[in-house]
Design a protein around this ligand. Structure first.
Ligand SMILES: O=C(O)CCC(=O)C(=O)O
Ligand SMILES: [Fe+2]
Length: 182
């Protein structure tokens, strides 16, 4: 499990480097990224028991993850994402592929260019479902600002430490993002 967690962190670092490059954010601004083991990480094992009447139950209520992003492994379908104007859509499991869900911290950092995804888990199949979620965030002390803005672009969110945002999310849930909106 420890080895798995280390591998997941290596993968998360690679993904993060690519995102920063795309956003034109200097790695100087993310010094913590250069020191493996410093990021806040959590590995969560989810188990959704067999459900006799899937239409009358929900596996996991709609939410956004607080993390920068979450790397998810699923074998059986159930994960759905919400798209404005489209509604709920199933994220079909693909053998050998992982799902990357954008969380609130990346939403803030990217000034909403990477919007956090509202997702839920429905009980669609009459099978027990397992998923493994790896949550990846900067260390708690890190001060997060919208970065990589071009000339004239205004930041949509005020500066916030990871610790403060995590506290707000625990209290205000889906209102946390709006609570730091400028
Ligand atoms: O089980 C899944 O597919 C999603 C789990 C999830 O969204 C979470 O743990 O935050
Ligand atoms: Fe989630």
């Amino acid at each position: 499990m420890v080895d798995g967690q280390k591998k997941m962190e290596e993968l998360a670092i690679t993904i993060m480097h690519n995102i920063l490059e795309y956003l034109a954010v200097s790695e100087e601004e993310m010094k913590w990224l250069g020191s493996p083991g410093v990021a806040s990480t959590a590995l969560q094992l989810n188990s959704y028991p067999l459900c006799p009447d899937p239409n009358r139950a929900i596996g996991l209520a709609p939410h956004t993850d607080t993390s920068l992003f979450t790397i998810l492994h699923q074998r059986i379908s159930g994960l759905q994402i919400f798209k404005e104007g489209v509604g709920w859509g199933l994220v079909q499991p693909v053998t050998g592929a992982l799902v990357v869900n954008v969380g609130d911290l990346l939403h803030i950092l990217s000034n909403a260019r990477f919007p956090s995804v509202v997702h839920r888990v429905v009980m669609k199949e009459a099978k027990q479902r397992f998923s493994v979620a790896f949550f990846y965030s900067p260390p708690a002390y890190f001060n997060l600002d919208p970065l990589g803005l071009s000339f004239g672009q205004i930041p949509l969110y005020r500066s916030v430490t990871v610790a403060e945002y995590v506290g707000r999310k625990a209290k205000d849930l889906e209102k946390a993002l709006t609570s730091i909106r400028i």
